[in-house]
Write a new protein. Structure first.
Length: 301
């Protein structure tokens, strides 16, 4: 995986973030953020294609993969999207990128949303894959949504119930959850799947990722409300799965236009794991969009 990329661990404050990076060092930087319960390995088909025209950084979010897993708190603040976004902003600053594009999926896209709100001058543009805004998804919960995204409501249960049950057989949980969202298929390569399962076998990862969801249902919603209607100002493209819950249960463009000023996008013929099902399509969509919005000033120190 990731031919031509190097692996690094970058110290950010008291923690360490694992990254894969590659591409043209003179080109605009792109930060790629993964979803649950995956790692930066999910970009193995997309990142090398983007690297032809961009400098690409694939990061493991805190709590996931080979990145640090800080102790949480009663209010779940260490796993708030604000804390996770701030860390990604510091990572890019440390790498010498005051401004950058973001491509993000699932939980990583929620981190990207908060990063764009809290650091609007840092983000040139964003492509977000298969999400609608968190607050609006919770607010419009339906029977179909709850039945399909059962893990949203299971993982937020108080510690330690989900951790103990998942920890009994992490591999079975991973495959059950991801297999259903993949429509019963298996879009994961042998190497990527091995990395996902190895990472998810760590009890610290199981706990941290539950905290990610607990934060989403509590402190993240408070932060959203405190924005008082403030919107993303950078160009945003949203892409969702035609065979997924966003298409079935939500009007993605309408919801994103409540939260962002410049929105375009549409559905693709895939399931939730589109970056691994149709990587050429996703890479091309990102490359075209980022190229259109790379003229906004210096992108590196």
């Amino acid at each position: 995986m990731f031919e031509g990329f190097v692996e690094e661990t970058v110290k950010i404050g008291d923690g360490r973030i694992f990254i894969r990076r590659g591409g043209n060092p003179d080109a605009a930087p792109v930060l790629l953020l993964h979803g649950y319960p995956q790692t930066s390995a999910m970009w193995h088909g997309v990142a090398p294609l983007l690297a032809r025209d961009f400098q690409v950084i694939c990061a493991d979010l805190r709590g996931y993969g080979r990145s640090h897993k800080p102790e949480s708190a009663p209010d779940h603040a260490p796993y708030s999207k604000r804390a996770m976004a701030a860390e990604m902003g510091l990572l890019m600053q440390e790498l010498g990128f005051p401004r950058f594009h973001i491509g993000a999926h699932d939980r990583g896209a929620r981190v990207a949303h908060r990063l764009g709100l809290d650091m609007p001058d840092r983000v040139l543009s964003m492509v977000l894959l298969d999400i609608a805004p968190t607050r609006e998804m919770y607010g419009a919960t339906s029977r179909d949504f709850a039945a399909t995204y059962w893990h949203w409501f299971y993982l937020i249960q108080p510690y330690p119930m989900p951790e103990r049950m998942i920890g009994h057989d992490p591999e079975a949980f991973w495959k059950e959850k991801c297999g259903k969202q993949a429509g019963g298929g298996n879009p994961f390569t042998k190497d990527a799947l091995a990395e996902y399962l190895a990472a998810f076998s760590d009890p610290a990862c199981i706990h941290a990722t539950c905290e990610d969801y607990r934060a989403a249902a509590t402190i993240d919603l408070r932060h959203d409300d405190e924005d008082e209607g403030r919107k993303l100002t950078m160009p945003l493209q949203v892409v969702w799965a035609r065979r997924g819950v966003i298409e079935k249960c939500f009007d993605a463009l309408a919801l994103w236009r409540l939260r962002a000023e410049k929105v375009e996008g549409g559905a693709v013929d895939a399931t939730h794991y589109m970056s691994e099902e149709i990587p050429k399509d996703i890479a091309q969509r990102m490359a075209n969009f980022f190229a259109r919005h790379s003229g906004g000033g210096a992108t590196s120190d």
